[in-house]
Design a protein around this ligand. Structure first.
Ligand code: HEC
Ligand code: HEC
Ligand code: HEC
Length: 239
């Protein structure tokens, strides 16, 4: 997928005009060439705009790149009230615990969370065409997902359009979560994606050491998360 079809109307350099053997082209021919070029440019622009609109739709990702994107689309489209599968095919008891499924129902699209840069898209498109990626894909963290667009990792979730909060606000909002409040940096500041997963069930990380930490309905303990098929994906990265 490249952006090369945004060519400018080419009246000046139209071959019909340049190749005329006997001096400048007759006016009518020239006008017709200009019309043809204009129509061609309009088609390219309209097709390009159509492509862009389609590209903004979640279905685009799966329609173009069946492998590896189908599973991501499926988690996004999952019915919140039915057990479903995660991106690796593990059963998910409560799809609400997958951010993509939950936020999809709130009207967010793939590109609301995955703000793409052009170079990222070209890079990913190239890697896809060349088959130069591991499948299953290596799981990304918030900092990896925000790096290319120059955002801070927290801005994946904490930003004006999504959760217009600071970490302190978030802690206060969830202050009733008890001793092992996951939003309190008792040990260190964790990325949101350490616990909140988008395309698989979310994980209560603190259970790795604190068995008594509360695990919300449908969430996984660290032990359960470590046993998922796919979690230990091939570590050699493609990119
Ligand atoms: C609510 C935000 C959100 C939405 C909406 C969302 N994603 Fe994601 N996506 C994430 C997060 C967070 C990760 C990190 C891995 C995870 O949590 O599963 C991720 C990871 C990915 C990855 C990287 C591979 C991996 O497993 O880490 C791909 C590819 C991807 N998403 C595709 C999509 C597609 C396609 C859609 C729409 C059909 C989509 N995402 C919708 C948040 C989102
Ligand atoms: C250590 C694990 C962990 C980390 C890290 C974490 N969360 Fe949470 N978060 C949870 C758990 C557990 C819940 C409760 C979910 C439930 O009850 O369904 C929650 C709930 C939430 C809620 C819903 C709160 C409400 O209004 O009830 C929001 C919003 C949220 N987290 C945002 C974030 C953001 C943003 C970050 C990163 C800055 C983050 N979380 C980091 C575990 C975590
Ligand atoms: C790698 C293991 C490990 C993880 C993961 C871990 N903790 Fe701890 N935590 C400890 C140890 C060891 C202590 C006791 C020593 C100390 O206070 O640092 C402790 C102590 C605590 C205490 C003081 C009360 C007590 O039980 O002793 C709180 C509160 C706490 N942790 C919260 C959390 C939260 C919230 C998370 C998840 C965001 C978390 N911890 C994740 C190892 C861990």
């Amino acid at each position: 997928m490249s952006a090369e079809n945004h060519s400018a109307p080419a009246t000046e350099h139209d071959p019909v005009i340049e190749n005329t053997p006997n001096g400048p082209a007759p006016k009518r021919k020239r006008a017709r060439a200009a019309i043809i070029a204009g129509v061609a440019a309009a088609i390219v622009i309209v097709a390009g705009a159509g492509f862009w609109v389609w590209h903004e739709q979640p279905s685009f990702c799966g329609a173009i790149c069946h492998t590896p994107m189908d599973n991501y689309l499926a988690t996004y489209e999952a019915d919140l009230n039915e057990p479903t599968c995660d991106k690796w095919g593990n059963e998910v008891e409560n799809p609400r615990t997958m951010l993509a499924a939950y936020h999809g129902k709130l009207g967010n699209t793939c590109l609301d969370c995955h703000i793409p840069t052009l170079s990222e898209q070209i890079g990913e498109g190239g890697a896809w065409l060349a088959g130069n990626y591991t499948f299953p894909l290596t799981e990304r963290t918030a900092s990896e997902l925000t790096e290319a667009s120059g955002r801070d990792a927290d801005e994946l979730c904490l930003n004006e359009t999504c959760h217009n909060l600071t970490r302190d606000d978030l802690y206060e909002k969830t202050a009733d979560m008890g001793t092992y409040n996951p939003h309190w940096a008792h040990h260190e500041e964790l990325e949101c994606t350490t616990c909140h997963k988008a395309h698989r069930a979310s994980v209560m990380y603190c259970t790795q050491c604190h068995a008594q930490a509360e695990v919300p309905d449908g969430w996984l303990t660290m032990g359960e998360s470590n046993n998922l098929v796919g979690v230990k994906a091939p570590s050699e990265t493609a990119e």
